[in-house]
Design a protein around this ligand. Structure first.
Ligand SMILES: NC(=O)c1ccc[n+]([C@@H]2O[C@H](COP(=O)([O-])OP(=O)(O)OC[C@H]3O[C@@H](n4cnc5c(N)ncnc54)[C@H](OP(=O)(O)O)[C@@H]3O)[C@@H](O)[C@H]2O)c1
Length: 297
């Protein structure tokens, strides 16, 4: 199976490349320099010339705060990009898997969000991603929109890397404790996407929107404590105390949902795919980061 993956150097794209090879899947990865997904003609040319069986869009404008002042750029990548990809896939009659976000919700729910819950994004990033979802739905029937959340991994920039950097230089940290979400290992998400690809190849006709995130709901503060607990004996840190603070004490340009836990039962029912608990996935990532540190630059 040949899969064209956009944004191959992002957290998820990088894991798709790493795992695809092991599974015998032919990953045709293109980075931002090779294909700007906001370039309509470039997207069509790439899809036509590579002749994949499936496209996975792992490219996105993911700078949540910067998006507030770069609205046009965020929309070009997160809305126009998936629109051109869906149009190109429609033209050559192949499916598209597009990754979206928990930030399409406003966070006022009291229980995990299902795929049927109303969207109401709070910031430019969430609005641009939600607009991208609508473009995909309107242009291509054979699509899977996979909403995920709080992505972390060994490659790229993420909360785990930020905590490790800060934890090496500070004895005390302050981390927000009133925003809830589900940390998702990029490796677990990539594995799920490749399982979906196999089911598409096997002839599944289930299309639409699915939630796919790590099985543990926590706060950024809880996530930070879990990270530091796993570093003990593996990665040397200065940090001794992680203080819980409120969102109001850590103002950011973009407003974030206070609760963006996603219910993933639909994915489990339709595709028998469940992502692991945080304790398992985070240990794997910390172990790999520790090994990388030991092996030096
Ligand atoms: N990170 C999270 O916490 C999170 C949470 C929920 C959902 N998601 C979604 O999950 C997906 C994957 O996220 P990720 O964490 O892997 O993101 P990431 O690490 O930021 O990677 C995104 C990649 O997209 C590339 N890109 C940006 N603009 C592009 C363009 N115009 N054309 C082609 N490529 C472009 C970037 O390249 P450059 O760096 O060279 O620009 C980067 O390699 C995205 O759809 C994102 O919205 C992420």
């Amino acid at each position: 199976m040949r899969i064209l993956v956009t944004g191959i150097n992002g957290q998820v794209g990088w894991e798709l490349r790493r795992q695809g090879g092991n599974l015998g899947v032919d990953i045709l990865g293109v980075d931002h320099a090779a294909l700007d997904i906001s370039d309509r003609q470039g997207v069509l040319a790439a899809v036509v010339s590579h002749r994949p069986n499936l496209v996975i869009n792992a490219a996105a404008y993911t700078a949540v705060d910067r998006a507030e002042e770069q609205e046009a750029k965020a929309y070009a990548v997160n809305c126009d990009g998936p629109a051109w990809l869906a149009a190109a896939c429609s033209q050559v009659k192949i499916p598209l898997m597009h990754i979206s976000t928990d930030y399409v919700f406003d966070g006022t729910a009291q229980q995990p969000y299902s795929e049927e819950d109303a969207v109401s994004p709070l910031g430019v990033y969430g609005r641009s991603k939600e607009a991208g979802e609508r473009e995909v739905r309107s242009r291509l029937d054979e699509h899977l929109i996979i909403r995920t959340s709080w992505v972390y991994g060994v490659h790229g920039q993420n909360f785990v890397k930020t905590m490790l950097r800060l934890g090496k230089n500070h004895h005390e940290l302050k981390v927000v404790a009133d925003q809830w979400g589900c940390p998702t290992a990029a490796a677990d998400l990539a594995a799920a996407l490749l399982k979906l690809a196999r089911q598409i190849k096997a002839g599944t006709k289930r299309w639409g929107t699915y939630h796919c995130c790590g099985a543990t709901a926590t706060t950024w503060h809880g996530f930070a404590e879990a990270i530091f607990a796993r570093c003990r004996g593996r990665i040397a840190l200065q940090v001794e105390k992680v203080n819980a603070i409120s969102t109001a004490e850590y103002p950011t340009p973009a407003k974030r949902p206070s609760y963006s836990v996603l219910a993933c039962q639909k994915l489990a029912q339709d595709f028998q795919i469940r992502l692991p608990e945080l304790s398992i996935s985070l240990t794997t990532v910390i172990n790999e980061l520790a090994l990388l540190e030991q092996s030096g630059p």
